[in-house]
Design a protein around this ligand. Structure first.
Ligand code: SF4
Ligand code: SF4
Length: 145
């Protein structure tokens, strides 16, 4: 631009949802998993360390000749530790809590992750309320004649 020239900019902000177009999507990643449970049966475990070797997340270690879990939330539920254990019955078991979840949400930067989550819950609640209203409006069989 030359000296003295100016730019006139007119900009419009349009609100929308990622459901309609990806340009409104505030997250780059959103995944969840059930809360892992890793149980070690001390009476069966001989501390051989085979499960420790194969764990891809490196969350198992040997302490006083027994396996201990360091950070169970990092468990990927792969069950490699169970497959590696040669004891029968197995000295280690992996399962998950079907009522607890670990949600991972990565923002694109447009909104704070906490705000994104709370907005999503608000939208979900409104949809649930609308659904309940629709159900209530359905006439029971036999009503009005
Ligand atoms: S299930 Fe996989 S990630 Fe979890 S403790 Fe066992 S080997 Fe490690
Ligand atoms: S592989 Fe089995 S016996 Fe060996 S340390 Fe792990 S749980 Fe214990």
């Amino acid at each position: 631009m030359s000296s003295g020239q100016r730019i006139r900019l007119e900009a419009y902000a349009r609100l929308g949802r990622g459901k309609k177009h990806a340009k409104w999507q505030p997250v780059s990643l959103c995944i969840y998993k059930n809360y892992p449970r890793v149980k070690v049966y001390d009476e069966r475990c001989d501390g051989c360390g085979d499960c420790v070797e194969v764990c891809p997340e490196k969350i198992l270690h040997i302490e006083d000749g027994k396996v201990r879990v360091e950070d169970v939330e990092e468990c990927s539920l792969c069950s490699d530790c169970v497959k590696a254990c040669r004891k029968e019955p197995k000295a280690i078991e992996v399962s998950w809590d079907k009522n607890s979840f670990i949600l991972t949400l990565e923002s694109t930067g447009v909104l704070d992750p906490k705000r994104i989550f709370l907005e999503a819950i608000n939208i979900f609640n409104k949809k649930a309320e609308s659904f309940i209203r629709c159900l209530e409006e359905i006439e029971e069989p036999g009503e009005n004649g």
